[in-house]
Design a protein around this ligand. Structure first.
Ligand code: ZN
Length: 310
């Protein structure tokens, strides 16, 4: 092969590689710029964004494309690398990303309340948890905070229990088999443990922490800066979708996306609501105090740096 031909082939190859990688890494938006990609996990805590996607489907213009992930770490990778425009995510995980320099803003709550502490049938009070094994999905979660709050009602701390991190889907069977004595995790996995007969509800989130926060809807700074009008419209529509999400509608959406039985969903959806999803400074500051006092983080982001109200 002649040197010049070789050179041409090489540059062609290089150009091709560049095109492929540019297309592949994308910015989270599709070719026509009308779609917003939002990462979610198949849990009841993400139903507001799924409801919004459904509502906007009927209209022309902006579309929401829900992108499903199997675990929080996978979802965070997508969010932190800009492969999606936003996510419905545990707010503590988003705070940690923000703290680590990722350009994101929390623009609304994912839901209100909606968590329970599930324990095996032989446990009747928080004091009974002493020396027992308790599962949470992630250290950076309201489930960790709720466990700390529950223990505090009996004068105990996190050092009095064995805390283990488990995948949400494994928790109901781990409780049934006696591998763990209790857990707290995004729904409907608490309801699943109850409906299996593996355990019972010891506390609901509102009994431990009034106006508790859990998941947040976050958007990347890039998306907010590149498409400010779309971002504003998206957040407005999201809050409206949340306000419209009554138990019946929530169940309809959950059945479509979550693949759970009626019994599990009926139990789970009693505990959660989606109306009024603004993140107020007061509720955020309570979260910040808990994050600091329970040792999740020493330096969580300030309200004004992290929360954006449209
Ligand atoms: Zn949540």
């Amino acid at each position: 092969m002649k040197k010049s031909t070789k050179k041409t082939l090489l540059s062609l190859l290089l150009a091709l590689t560049l095109t492929v990688s540019l297309t592949a890494c994308g910015s989270g938006k599709d070719g026509d710029g009308n779609t917003i990609k939002i990462a979610y996990l198949p849990i009841t805590h993400s139903l507001a964004v799924l409801e919004e996607a459904k509502e906007l489907e009927q209209q022309t213009g902006l579309k929401v494309e829900p992108v499903k992930y199997g675990s929080w770490p996978e979802l965070l990778d997508a969010l932190n690398s800009g492969n999606v425009d936003g996510a419905s995510v545990l707010i503590e995980l988003a705070m940690k990303s923000k703290q680590e320099g990722i350009g994101i803003k929390a623009v609304a709550l994912g839901h209100r309340d909606g968590n329970v502490i599930v324990v095996s049938n032989d446990i009747n009070t928080a004091a009974d948890l002493k020396g027992k094994t308790f599962a949470i999905p992630h250290r950076q979660s309201s489930h960790n905070i709720l466990l700390n709050d529950a223990l505090a009602t009996a004068g105990l701390t996190i050092d009095d229990v064995n805390v283990t991190e488990l995948a949400p889907t494994e928790m109901p069977s781990a409780l049934a088999s006696g591998q763990i004595n209790g857990y707290c995790v995004a729904e409907p996995f608490g309801a699943m443990g109850v409906s299996l007969g593996a355990g019972k509800v010891l506390f609901s989130s509102e009994e431990l922490w009034e106006n508790s926060l859990c998941c947040g809807l976050v958007l990347t700074d890039k998306f907010i800066n590149d498409r400010p009008d779309d971002a504003k419209y998206f957040v407005e529509q999201y809050k409206q979708a949340g306000n419209a999400l009554d138990k019946e509608k929530a169940k309809e959406i959950a059945k479509e996306y979550l693949n759970q039985s009626d019994e599990v969903l009926d139990t789970s959806l009693q505990w959660i609501s989606y109306n009024d999803l603004d993140i107020t400074e007061d509720t955020y500051n309570t979260l910040v105090e808990k994050v600091k006092s329970y040792g999740l983080s020493d330096n969580p982001p300030d309200y004004n740096d992290f929360v954006k109200n449209f």
